[in-house]
Design a protein around this ligand. Structure first.
Ligand SMILES: [Zn+2]
Length: 340
């Protein structure tokens, strides 16, 4: 006979769905994952008892509201935790519940975000002189949902990329099409007149830190994702590596030199195996942080382009070399830390 294991009180309190022991302490009492009713769902705690079929009853559950019931295996499936099912499924329920607790805590992260409609009057375009000048391909117009609006004067010189998330338009990024010198001159005038400055880049002001430009391009066949900071870095990587013809590798833009837990979970959630973070040099501190936080959950690599260049400014050869020279977390820490 297996010795009875004492259930740690902290696990009981914050544990399953969330749960507490019932009056006699024999069961955990919590929220039913089938009908969502609170406090009618019983899970048998560790016991030597056997059920009617002669199986150890540990982990058997029943809901007094909806009548759902069964053995621990079924419960784990329902919770999406089938990987915790061992060959001896009546094994150590406490260990399993501990894992469930951790998983549920992870789910507590708020991955919800607010959406922003495309700007008023936005229309898709298939050609734009500015993008043509930058050598963007016809596939890329399609991928980024490139568009313009003629209705609002504020936006008439901008081009827009629309960020899609599960097929929905959720955010946008805009870029002014004039060159830097012209914008600087214009801004000098505007400053004199006390007017608002023109920005080269503008984004919708919703939760971009929870979104990725390129998210919907990742498919079940995607193995590797390259994360870059800006929309035009993505444009450059897509174009140079022709990623629009390659389902295995995709590039996403994280809208800055950081990868939020939500962004990471989104990438991981698509079943991606390798994530290569390619931010410019001064983001090294951040990269190291990710490597420490996330390295156990995905094959994570860091890489940087020479002289802190953007993907836009380097040749295909240099870009490929940087990807080839990507470093595993540990190597990265050693070589890059050595440099500091
Ligand atoms: Zn129920």
């Amino acid at each position: 006979m297996k010795a009875k294991i004492k259930f740690p009180e902290s696990d009981v309190k914050s544990g399953l769905m969330p749960c507490k022991p019932n009056g006699s302490g024999s069961h955990l009492l919590g929220k039913c994952p089938w009908c969502s009713k609170q406090d009618h769902f019983y899970v048998q705690r560790s016991t030597d008892k056997v059920d009617k079929k002669g199986n150890n009853a540990t982990g058997n559950f029943t809901c007094k509201k909806c009548g759902e019931g069964g053995r621990i295996k079924k419960l784990l499936w329902k919770l999406g935790l089938q990987h915790l099912i061992t060959t001896k499924s009546s094994g150590n329920i406490f260990e399993k519940l501990g894992k469930i607790e951790k998983r549920l805590k992870k789910k507590d992260f708020d991955d919800s975000f607010s959406s922003a409609e495309p700007p008023y009057g936005y229309k898709r375009v298939k050609h734009h002189w500015y993008l043509e000048q930058r050598g963007i391909t016809k596939e890329q117009y399609e991928i980024y949902n490139v568009g313009t609006t003629k209705i609002m004067s504020k936006w008439k010189d901008y081009i827009f990329f629309i960020v899609r998330d599960e097929g929905k338009d959720v955010a946008w990024v805009a870029r002014h099409t004039a060159d830097r010198d012209w914008i600087n001159e214009e801004n000098a005038k505007r400053t004199e007149q006390g007017k608002r400055k023109l920005l080269r880049y503008e984004n919708s002001t919703n939760d971009l830190s929870k979104l990725l430009l390129g998210y919907d391009e990742i498919t079940e066949n995607t193995v590797t994702v390259i994360a870059v900071e800006g929309a035009f870095s993505k444009v450059a990587v897509d174009k140079k590596l022709k990623l629009y013809n390659n389902e295995k590798i995709k590039c996403v833009c994280t809208f800055g030199k950081s990868l939020s837990p939500t962004q990471f979970r989104k990438i991981k959630g698509k079943g991606v195996q390798k994530l290569i973070i390619m931010y410019d040099g001064d983001a090294l501190g951040d990269i190291k942080k990710y490597l420490e936080d996330y390295s156990s959950k995905i094959d994570l690599y860091g890489t940087r382009l020479p002289d802190d260049k953007d993907p836009d400014d380097v040749s295909l050869k240099v870009l490929l070399e940087a990807i080839r020279n990507k470093k595993r977390p540990l190597d990265y820490k050693m070589t890059e830390l050595g440099r500091l």
